[in-house]
Write a protein that binds this ligand. Sequence first.
Ligand SMILES: Cc1cc2nc3c(=O)[nH]c(=O)nc-3n(C[C@H](O)[C@H](O)[C@H](O)COP(=O)(O)OP(=O)(O)OC[C@H]3O[C@@H](n4cnc5c(N)ncnc54)[C@H](O)[C@@H]3O)c2cc1C
Length: 445
Amino acid sequence: MLAPMTLHTPAPDSLWRALLAASPGAGAAVSTGVPLARDLEVEVAVIGAGYSGLAAAYALQKRGVECVVLDANPVGWGASGRNGGVVSSKFRLSFPTIDKLHGLDTAKRMHRLAHEGVRVVETLVDEFQLARARFEHTGSLRCAHTEAAFAAIRAEADWVRTNLGDTSMTVQSRAAIEHETGSKGFVGGVLSADAGTILPLEYVRGLARGLTLRGVPIYELTPVQQMQRASGETRVTLRTPGGTVRAKQVIVATNAYSDLTAATSAYQRELVPFRSAMIATERLPAELDARLMIERRSYTETRRMMKWFRKVDGRMLFGGRDAFGKEGQTTGFDALQRAMVALFPDLADVRVDYRWSGYVGMTFNSLPHVGRSDDATTFCLGYNGAGVAMASLLGQHAAALALGETPELSLLGAPGLRPVPFHSLRAPGVRLVAAWYQFLDAVGA
Ligand SMILES: Cc1cc2nc3c(=O)[nH]c(=O)nc-3n(C[C@H](O)[C@H](O)[C@H](O)COP(=O)(O)OP(=O)(O)OC[C@H]3O[C@@H](n4cnc5c(N)ncnc54)[C@H](O)[C@@H]3O)c2cc1C
């Protein structure tokens, strides 16, 4: 049975959709596929047409392996078409923490993987000629909201320089942060030079367009309702409303939307889905545009309930986790606007034109997971809100795993599905943790 409700709900009215509709050649980019309406036999079937699924299809196509991509919705309907477009080279778990828990050698491997993600985005943008996705390698600035937070991120930058030889992180003074962002709300910051920004929906649609041109079939509006392998069968059968796909290998790339149908809902139990919301203002008056965020980077702050911001076409984009709201609800947008005005009082009278949200997939160990759930099924998920670069990389590694290769995964390699303990309590649990974090942020702890 299909889980109703969430299937085929239109993607939210985001700034990304407006930009896509207005961009030259938009017609070709809006829809790349059609629903599956026949039975197919392929080597590998990929479920999900976000960055993960399309990156997997890219790696398969490169190796000359016949594959098909199936998505319940139009390409980029999930988080890949809704996110902030921050291309980052980090995990939620910091490198010093990884060192403490797993040793320096592992921290070095994880550091390499994190930066490889950014290289992969650069390569894909270049190879598929995705100029419209406007990837800019401008860096990402982490802004500290207290002296204690500043000391902590300074120590992290020092540690990364000394132990990993990474000189791309530099400490910025309070005055430099105020000059660059236009906000007096920070006491200092750390700039990570190996990061950037992109238009997320253009990126995912561009990948799909490029793969289609290379002969990879992408079927949209094609929910996989059942995934079965009869005993003694070598192929897995995927049932969709318009036809079945029989595949030797399946890659599940459905991330925080895995519960759209029962066929993929087991993968949702690896995750705690967390609603993440964004707002985009009207175009700022010229004087403000010239003064705020003058380096066109992405910006994050150090509060536990972190907010992030960037500017696109003279509009301020402001995002944050909203554990209390459900997707489609308006809860959280007003709080986001208040947080934006608290950091940028000049924006008090600026109109908000777009409000949207989506789910990010958080994992219990704060790291993405790539692995095999059985000998015919591979999965990659759980980017903890930092999946633009990482999903572009790990989708490719999932494809390699499905073909029996052994890519370097370090801590990201999962031995199988490991459901989050007490998964049914995740919603109240998330609310409790978020409330505690909000309290700590409010008292400046
Ligand atoms: C509001 C928001 C802001 C974010 N900001 C950033 C950011 O600035 N930087 C960053 O790096 N990351 C960010 N992220 C996270 C990032 O967007 C995700 O990690 C990434 O897009 C995950 O890609 P994906 O391909 O794995 O999943 P998705 O893009 O979510 O794709 C999953 C697809 O699977 C399909 N699907 C699910 N079940 C089925 C089924 N049974 N049959 C067929 N299809 C199915 C869905 O329709 C969906 O299209 C943000 C996320 C959100 C929601």
